[in-house]
Design a binder for this molecule. Structure first.
Ligand code: BDR
Ligand code: CA
Length: 301
């Protein structure tokens, strides 16, 4: 089974990604980062998901703030707790450590994938401590960025916008890197029909997912006028566990750090000439959304 470490900021779609990863990979650990909500909330949510799944995956708390500037959160989507709208599982779990960076650096050997579902602060700090780390791991699958439009600004996606300096370091570190940006993740969407189907199933995971999607659909109805939600983070899990479902192209990707309108943009070289800059990432363009949604729903059985 593929071995992975999940760096995340749960987050509704992070929670679904954690469920999916525990079904299809050996999850060696979870590291948390400030993102959708402050670090204390994303860490509490990660612990709660491990309780729901009844797994003993260690949770390591990481960075509480980006490399530069103030923390940014997505409370408008995920609520004050980062995971509003779900009944919280009762548990007494605590973190394995407060040093996610050390945990990442200890990744045992070359076959471990890092799946990054939040701002890239922890990964950038790991690279700063040990630039050779990226050559000791199999690769990094990132939910972040976009080869088209943004969601936090016109051109920037939330995870990159929340810590562009960290993202720039990670994209330039020489890792085997897959970018699952908004151009991909908007192809995998949940609907109210899925909520109804999950409500028929009598198990705690399906109930949790039904509440979670229902809440997200309500937020999306308010924000964009459609009761549907893109399942961003599960795409980056599937890029590792089921790469045959996702089509990628090698591309040069740089992070814009200066622009007043474009800070946090993933600038992807998509020129059709032969003179493209050398690729540093595999950019994901297409997902088999039908099969991917089957896998998402199966992990709630
Ligand atoms: C990303 O931002 C967060 O709100 C989601 O969890 C996802 O990782 C989408 O832009
Ligand atoms: Ca996330």
């Amino acid at each position: 089974m593929t071995r992975v470490i999940i760096d995340c900021d749960p987050g509704h779609d992070d929670a679904i990604a954690l469920m999916l990863a525990h079904r299809h990979a050996q999850v060696l650990g979870i590291s948390t980062v400030s993102g959708n909500a402050p670090l204390a909330a994303t860490t509490a949510n990660a612990l709660m998901v491990t309780a729901l799944l009844d797994v003993d995956t260690p949770v390591h708390a990481g960075a509480a703030r980006p490399l530069a500037g103030e923390p940014r959160h997505a409370l408008v989507v995920h609520g004050q707790s980062g995971l509003d709208g779900v009944e919280r599982a009762d548990h007494r779990r605590t973190v394995a450590s407060d040093d996610a960076v050390e945990f990442l650096l200890d990744a045992p050997d070359r076959d471990v994938w890092i799946i990054a579902l939040g701002p890239l602060t922890n990964l950038a700090l790991a690279i700063e401590r040990d630039p050779a780390w990226v050559r000791r791991i199999a690769g990094i699958s990132i939910m972040g960025g976009s080869a088209t439009v943004g969601n936090t600004t016109r051109v920037a996606e939330f995870n990159i916008f929340a810590d562009p300096e960290a993202a720039a370091r990670v994209f330039l570190a020489g890792a085997d890197l897959t970018m699952c940006g908004l151009n991909l993740t908007h192809q995998l969407r949940t609907t109210d029909a899925i909520v109804s189907r999950l409500r028929q199933a009598a198990n705690p995971r399906a109930k949790f997912a039904a509440e979670l999607f229902d809440y997200l659909h309500g937020r999306m109805a308010d924000l964009i006028g459609v009761r549907e939600a893109a399942l961003h983070d599960p795409c980056a899990v599937l890029a590792v566990t089921h790469p045959q479902l996702i089509e990628t192209e090698p591309r040069a990707v740089d992070i814009e750090l200066e622009g007043t309108l474009t800070r946090g943009m993933t600038v992807v070289d998509q020129r059709s000439t032969r003179r493209q800059d050398p690729a540093n990432a595999r950019v994901a363009y297409r997902i088999d959304a039908g099969r991917a949604m089957d896998l998402v729903l199966e992990c709630m059985d």
